[in-house]
Design a protein around this ligand. Structure first.
Ligand code: DAH
Length: 334
């Protein structure tokens, strides 16, 4: 009996395989319910008394050996199959994908809305000259309205400045293109303002202008209505008379935001109304400055701040969040 057992032990020691089926049948052969080890245990009663101790020890040895053999061979198979399926082109560390900045998301939405109704995209430089940022827009030297926008000038040359609004792109486009023309111009603008939760010295605007024969204020109102419906799903508007040197008449547009939540109260200061943009009929002086016949052509223009719109849509309480590039903030716009 003992010899038979020792034979099994030496068989097991010699056994080697990379074939899963062979390894599984080894397990069944030795450790299965009707396997050799259980068979040996039931033979135990037939073992002569003086051999019982040795026999018992050897069966246990065989049992442990069989289990270990099985575990080792099986894990070898797993390891080698892992190696085969490993993709060596994968990066060593997990790289999470980025997301568009909320200002870019809003900008893209607005471009989408206006391009559906025929507005083309036009961009201009952030470093501007006095003519395009002020003078051509009906803001001659020493005009008091220049103070409305605190300008960053280049010290060595006061003719060069960081543009204070995207209206400068109007001028550039009007100078180079005969009407009819219909463009929007998104971009970054700069003002020398104290930074707070509501204002920042760098921000973004979108400018729009349409010049053709017989363009009227009614066309402007209709376009803004189309925009607010598409952007906010809201269509109750209010045009408040206002002043901009480059438009006459000028207006500021408020939309009725509602007073349903506490946030609505806070952002509308309890009125339900929110200012979203400036607009008006292009001043004939601006057209003439760009060599466009103001007897023949009229136009409307509008300008809006992207941060303001993004703050409304995403309920962002502080404008500085847009500029800090805190990954915890940006991750929310995936
Ligand atoms: N440029 C103005 C600003 O920065 C915004 C603006 C108002 C643009 C009225 C326009 C307009 O084209 O018609 O505050």
């Amino acid at each position: 009996m003992i010899e038979k057992l020792e034979g099994y032990i030496s068989d097991l020691n010699k056994f080697d395989s990379h074939d899963l089926n062979e390894i599984e049948s080894l397990k069944i052969k030795f450790l299965g319910r009707k396997g050799l080890i259980n068979e040996l245990f039931s033979d135990f009663k037939n073992v002569p008394a003086e051999q019982k101790k040795e026999f018992g020890q050897k069966i246990n040895e065989l049992k442990i050996l069989a289990q270990n053999k099985y575990d080792v061979l099986k894990s070898n198979i797993k390891k080698s199959s892992n190696t085969i399926s490993e993709d060596f082109t994968k990066p060593g560390f997990p790289v999470s994908s980025g997301s568009l900045h909320p200002i870019t998301l809003i900008k893209n939405r607005i471009i989408d809305i206006f391009s559906k109704v025929g507005f083309e995209l036009s961009e201009g430089p952030e470093i501007e000259d006095d003519w395009h940022n002020f003078t051509a827009l009906n803001l001659p030297q020493h005009h008091p309205a220049r103070d409305m926008q605190d300008t960053f000038f280049i010290q060595q040359n006061p003719d060069i400045l960081l543009r204070t609004h995207t209206s400068s792109v109007q001028v550039r486009y009007l100078e180079d293109n005969p009407p009819p023309l219909k463009i929007i111009s998104p971009g970054r603008v700069y003002r020398n303002e104290a930074i707070s939760s509501r204002s920042h010295c760098i921000f973004h605007q979108i400018e729009g202008i349409y010049v053709d024969e017989n363009v009227s204020f009614a066309d402007l109102k209709q376009m803004i209505l189309y925009f607010t419906k598409s952007m906010f799903g809201k269509s109750k508007l209010r045009f408040r008379p206002s002043f901009f040197p480059f438009t006459e008449p000028s207006a500021e547009v408020d939309i009725y935001w509602g007073l349903e939540t506490e946030t609505d109260y806070r952002i509308t200061k309890g009125t339900g109304w929110l200012e979203i943009m400036g607009c008006g009929m292009v001043d004939p002086n601006v057209l003439e400055n760009c060599n466009i016949d103001s007897e023949k052509y009229t136009g409307y223009a509008f300008g809006l701040g992207l941060e303001r719109i993004a703050m409304l849509i995403y309920q962002i309480p502080d404008i500085r969040l847009f500029f800090e590039n805190d990954i915890r903030f940006l991750n929310q716009f995936k």
